[in-house]
Design a protein around this ligand. Structure first.
Ligand code: NAP
Length: 251
């Protein structure tokens, strides 16, 4: 029996979907790199939860939009656990709701820096370290996109929606690029999930209010997105790559 622990880096694992994914993986004894940018106490809580459920955890502070920080977090994970087997490219932000005509350049830059550049930098580091032709052992990348990429988010945040469109396109291209190199690449596209992200966009009730209008009639829980991510990470999804999996209650 192979008793080796899998090593998974999760960006934005201090809260929400990232934390739920870390906790679910912990039940499989996974070693988790818990990335966060500001909330050390919350990240420590995730790490404690992971360890209490049978996993291992290392805290990896760093802004995904900062290339040096991204390289350092992968290096620290490899130092702690010997290698990296998978990346959950989850860290992401929204801004306050407004039409594009009211958005300033600083907001647009930060949106694309975190959600696009950050996701690409993390995927690049994972590709460098996991690809068979670069001395890696193969692996899996799961990108956390959003249903916004196909809905467009008019009058709320077309910048965020566009950033997730880039994540979808990266998923499709990278799946083709890395398939022959032993790395599967997929995305989940959550809908309206109860996390702090809505409050950070100035609408704490957004998931509850709009979630009630979905075919399933309620917002989703972070754990329900984590279930899809953990499946895509697993060997049960060995023939799945380049997929964009909606977890939206039918929205
Ligand atoms: P959340 O509760 O607001 O958590 C965001 C996480 O990302 C936190 O761990 C945060 O770290 C981290 N983060 C933010 N900026 C970062 C940066 N520059 N570098 C590193 N980490 C950073 O959000 P969530 O709802 O779980 O969202 C997770 C992902 O799901 C995002 O990509 C989001 O776009 C996507 N999504 C969410 C929903 C939804 O309804 N919730 C729907 C569709 C897609 P700190 O705690 O340190 O700030």
């Amino acid at each position: 029996m192979n008793t080796e622990r899998r090593v998974v880096l999760i960006t934005g694992a201090s809260r929400g979907i990232g934390r739920a994914t870390a906790c679910l993986l912990a039940e499989q004894g996974v070693a988790v790199g818990v990335n966060y940018v500001h909330e050390l106490a919350a990240a420590q809580e995730t790490a404690d939860d992971v360890e209490s459920k049978g996993g291992r955890a290392v805290l990896l502070p760093g802004d995904v939009a900062d290339e040096a920080a991204v390289v350092a977090m992968f290096d620290e994970l490899e130092t702690a656990f010997g290698r990296v087997d998978a990346l959950v490219n989850n860290a992401g932000i929204v801004g306050p709701s407004m039409p594009l005509a009211e958005m300033d350049t600083a907001r647009l830059r930060r949106m694309f820096d975190v959600n696009v550049l950050g996701a690409y930098l993390c995927a690049r580091e994972a590709a460098r370290r996991m690809s068979l032709d670069r001395g890696g052992r193969g692996g899996v990348i799961v990108n956390v996109s959003s249903a916004a990429s196909r809905l467009g988010s008019p009058n709320e945040y077309v910048d965020y929606a566009g950033s997730k469109g880039a994540v979808d396109t990266m998923t499709i291209g990278l799946a083709k690029e890395l398939g022959p190199r032993g790395v599967r690449v997929n995305a989940v596209r959550p809908g309206l999930i109860e996390t702090d992200i809505h409050a950070s966009g100035g609408q704490p009730q957004r998931a509850a209010v709009l979630g009630a209008q979905t075919p399933i009639g309620r917002p989703g829980h972070a754990d329900e997105v984590a279930q899809a991510i953990v499946w895509l990470l697993s060997d049960a999804a060995a023939y799945v790559t380049g997929a964009l999996l909606d977890v939206t209650g039918g929205r």
